[in-house]
Design a protein around this ligand. Sequence first.
Ligand code: GAR
Length: 221
Amino acid sequence: MVRGQQQKNPPLRLAVFASGTGSNFRAIVDSIEDGKLNAVVVGLISNNPDAGAIVFAESKQIPCEIVNKKRYPDESEHDAKILNILEQWKTNFIILAGYMKMINPLIVEKYKNRILNIHPALLPSFGGKGMYGLHVHEAVIEYGVKFSGVTVHIVNNEYDAGPVVLQRVVPVLDDDTPQSLQQRILKEEHIIYTEAIQLFAENRITVSGRRVFVQRDHAKN
Ligand code: GAR
């Protein structure tokens, strides 16, 4: 293709799932507004009515839905509701941004290789059930590893075990507390998540078993 004549793909239609503060969600919205990410956020799904992510979504007029066990005690109804919302929004890509629930296998299958999650450590270390937020950084410091980092991975049916898309290393400093390490890692999360999503937006990702290959951008080289 001739340089400068590259056809732009249609923007990804992202549904974001978040349970907490939503700083990754904000970073994604910022990246879209800055023109770094070819996507639109079609809506936010949260299980937590008190999530900071909801306040932010509302401030941006992004549609929000709260789906949790309290409102939908029946699991199949809960999952059907989520699928229904995703369809209504014409979602074609899902971003988990601090969403503390497993995604139903039916949704994983329907959006195969199109659901990403971010984890604040270098998977497969310090991942799995119960490993989220500060718990991860506490475990990292307690173990004494010298490097931690960020992993963006494709969601499959096991906790934190899907194919790795991108990783970034962050050193663990002698005087780090779980909070200081979390803050440094979060900064990297905000950069790397946009990069990973944009690779999908540009159709540059190929998944082969556990391996994810990134096609080089010839126009930039
Ligand atoms: C982020 O650090 C994310 O990596 C982590 O939750 C935090 C959410 O922060 N996710 C996990 O631990 C998943 N196992 P945010 O709400 O500010 O984006």
